[in-house]
Design a protein around this ligand. Structure first.
Ligand SMILES: [Zn+2]
Length: 124
């Protein structure tokens, strides 16, 4: 099962928080288990990330929408999406919070959190 896992890391995105109209931005990491030979080019997946980030968003919904779209678009056995972002509305609330990052995760289908280390995150 882990042998046909496809991992794509560090897809950059820029979005705008719909609550405060302030930017949030960071990286999207994802892993999916393809069904048969159905894999996709990197550019199609980065385009998909662009489509959902270039609108007023909240990070949790962005994460879910990317996961749902990947399920539709790739019809994989499972997908795991992580959005690791800096939100200016968080950073601006007080000083020395530039390094605060918000990490959200969505999983769909049969994918195990065992792949988290491949995405640069601890299993927990
Ligand atoms: Zn905000």
């Amino acid at each position: 099962m882990a042998d046909d896992l496809i991992v794509i890391r560090d897809i950059p995105f820029y979005s705008l928080c719909e609550h405060h109209l302030l930017p949030f931005f960071g990286k999207v990491h994802l892993a999916y288990i393809p069904r048969q030979n159905k894999v996709s080019g990197f550019s199609a997946i980065t385009r998909l990330v662009d489509i959902f980030s270039r609108r007023l968003q909240i990070q949790e919904r962005l994460t879910r929408q990317i996961a749902n779209a990947l399920m539709q678009f790739l019809d994989p056995r499972g997908v795991l999406v992580i959005v690791d972002a800096q939100q200016l509305c968080v950073s601006m609330r007080g000083t020395k919070k530039d390094s605060v990052r918000t990490v959200t995760r969505a999983t769909r289908g049969e994918i195990s959190p065992d792949c988290l280390p491949l995405l640069g995150f601890k299993t927990s």
